[in-house]
Write a protein that binds this ligand. Structure first.
Ligand code: G6P
Length: 614
């Protein structure tokens, strides 16, 4: 996700800002920029790395080199592709105000239209640029205002999430910062202050910090700072002492990126659904495919192509779209699809799912489908990636950068996208309004349920302790939880190097049952749905062969606890929602087993995060 740094004090700001941005690189980004204040205001920004930006700053004038006030940003594209223009900081037309922004301005299109009608010219495709023009308009309309009050007034017009820094050559002695939903920290030095979206860029300068809370705005000068609420009421802030190493901060206090990303899932769930799940209107709004929705609804068939974890998400998508929208769905490994001369035509829709948007096989499947005349649609996480660019329409998962090679939060985001797609395809056709509303309600309760599951971390760690020396593992589930069994097994084998297989539970008797003995952990996904009774019989079968059963079951289920050696209880939910919940304990189980075995969790051997070769 985007990163913010700011500096005001007595040292040269540019090198400090660049170093700070480097400290934020771990978050992932596609472009970077800084704004410096001395006599005037200078913005330098470009697509690509912070090092690239650093080279560009070598040509700074002596005056700007001496600037002791500045702000910097690393951007992870959400609205608008990665480009020089879309990079932050954004400036007003006369160029005397600069703004950097983390988060999403949900009502940006309304604000943008309004500002354009008042003569404002937008250079970028970002939601963030509205902020600088809004501040400019408010400031111009009342010369008695200052930068602080103009910013405060502007923020009252804004819906959504933000962490922002604003500077102006009209008031060069301050940085205005404000936060709602996107973190900001102020580091307190001697005659100097540091600002950042997390403590990583600050910790090498000072260990004294003040965390802004949501709805707060601060005016930071080189000799002090004042924190107020957005309603202009001054706040007493507690100074916190950091006791983190840089390494730990980069991982947000987690030991590994994978664990951090597992724990980010409730927030990611919110982000994926934000603006899309409209519970009050009883509908789903999917901007990226709106113009094609009719063609999608009338598709003869939908084919979904993907690799790895994304392929597992696709399988859940098949169940969802067929159940809700009653459109036939086929799921193919992208690598198979591209080489088997598939029968696809103009009446078909081919959906490509890819976290990175760069996987070579998925990209080739996309090109094959396009050649054959199918409507091609993408579901990608990385904005501006090749698959996102080459598909006719699509949707971004907005899960934020995923660093751990084993995909976790991106999977959840993909499944939610497919859930929302299935509902959008069903509306006015196969599902009644009541059924749609029921599903929207289920979706909106999801983050809270996921949070409750994450609270089981220490129980899962204990279970991992008992099974860390296993040599094999079997994962069994049915219906919506069959793909979760595959995903659970994949997670375990990827990072712990224990051989693991996922199967539809009923298939156990056609082979895997031969493997069961006292050393075989069998992980059952045994939530209460139409196949619950059958799963219970499968558990009995494993038990009678002395297999060691770990079950994921619904809270309050006594039956399963009678049969299984360990039960992980998750909140009750409707069938189609369950995979989004049942996968979380399996991610944690794989993580803890791998960690206990001393494996390199974030960088498992032989695997790559993005497979751009065949
Ligand atoms: C690699 C990664 C997996 C990922 C797969 C597909 O194998 O290690 O985590 O699921 O590629 O990647 P994509 O970016 O297309 O989703």
């Amino acid at each position: 996700m985007c990163g913010i740094v700011g500096y005001i004090g007595w040292r040269e700001a540019a090198p400090l800002l660049l170093k700070g941005l480097k400290r934020l690189e771990y978050r992932g980004y596609d472009s970077a920029g800084i704004a410096l204040l001395n006599e005037g205001l200078l913005v330098m920004k470009q697509k690509g790395s912070v090092s690239g930006l650093e080279v560009a700053t070598e040509g700074l004038s002596a005056e700007m080199k001496a600037a002791a006030v500045g702000i910097g940003h690393t951007r992870w594209a959400t609205h608008g592709e990665p480009s020089d223009i879309n990079a932050h900081p954004h400036q007003n037309t006369v160029g005397d105000i600069a703004v950097i922004h983390n988060g999403i301005i949900e009502n940006y299109s309304v604000l943008k239209r309004e500002l354009i009608s008042q003569g404002y010219k937008f250079l970028s495709d970002t939601d963030s640029e509205v902020l600088v023009h809004l501040i400019d308009r408010i400031w111009k309309s009342d010369p008695s205002l200052d930068l602080e009050s103009a910013t405060r007034t502007a923020l009252r017009h804004v819906d959504g999430a933000y962490g922002i820094c604003v500077i102006s050559s009209r008031e060069p002695d301050k940085i205005i910062v404000a936060r709602k939903g996107s973190p900001l920290v102020i580091g307190i030095g001697k005659g100097e202050y540091f600002i950042a979206s997390d403590a990583a860029p600050i910790v090498e300068h000072t260990n004294k910090v003040v965390y802004l809370s949501d709805g707060e705005l601060a005016v930071v000068k080189k000799d002090g700072y004042v924190v107020k609420t957005i309603e202009n009421v001054e706040q007493e802030k507690i100074i916190t002492e950091l006791d983190f190493s840089i390494e730990k901060i980069e991982k947000g206090g987690f030991e590994h990126f994978m664990l951090k990303e597992i724990f980010e899932q409730p927030a990611v769930m919110h982000d994926v659904m934000r603006g899309r799940v409209r519970l009050d209107e009883g509908r789903i709004c999917l901007g990226g495919i709106e113009d094609y929705l009719d063609r999608l609804k009338h598709a003869k068939r939908i084919v979904i192509c993907a690799c790895g974890t994304s392929w597992h998400a696709a399988l859940i998508g098949e169940y969802l779209i067929e159940e809700f929208a009653r459109i036939p769905v086929e799921v193919d490994y992208a690598s198979e699809f591209r080489y088997r001369n598939p029968i696809v035509g103009v009446d078909d829709v081919v959906i490509l799912i890819s976290q990175s948007g760069e996987t070579a096989d998925t990209l080739a499947a996309l090109r094959t489908a396009k050649e054959k005349g199918a409507l091609v649609m993408g579901i990608c996480n990385v904005v501006g990636s090749t698959i996102a660019r080459e598909t006719l329409c699509g949707m971004y998962t907005h899960a934020g950068p995923e660093v751990g090679v084993a995909s976790t939060k991106a999977f959840s985001a993909q499944v939610i996208m497919l859930y929302m797609l299935a509902l959008a395809l069903s509306r006015g056709r196969t599902l009644s309004q009541d059924e749609i509303t029921l599903n929207l309600r289920e979706l909106s309760r999801l983050p809270e349920k996921a949070t409750r599951i994450l609270e089981l971390d220490s129980q899962i760690k204990d279970i991992a302790e008992r099974f860390k020396d296993a040599r094999n593992a079997l994962y069994l589930g049915r219906g919506y939880n069959f793909p979760v069994a595959l995903e659970g097994a994949l997670k375990l084998k990827e990072i712990s190097y224990i051989h693991a297989e996922g199967y539809p539970a009923a298939e156990m008797k056609h082979g895997p049952i031969a493997l069961i003995d006292k050393d075989m952990p069998v992980i059952f996904i045994a939530t209460r749905d139409s196949t619950y009774a059958k799963i219970l019989s499968n558990i009995e079968e494993v038990r009678s062969r002395k297999g060691r059963v770990i079950a994921i079951a619904n809270e309050g289920d006594q039956e399963v606890s009678r049969l299984a050696e360990h039960v992980i209880y998750i909140p009750q939910s409707s069938g189609p929602i369950t995979p989004l919940l049942t996968v979380i304990p399996l991610q944690l189980l794989a993580y803890h087993i791998a960690r206990l075995r001393g494996c390199n969790v974030d960088r498992p051997r032989n695997l790559a995060k993005s497979v751009t070769v065949e």
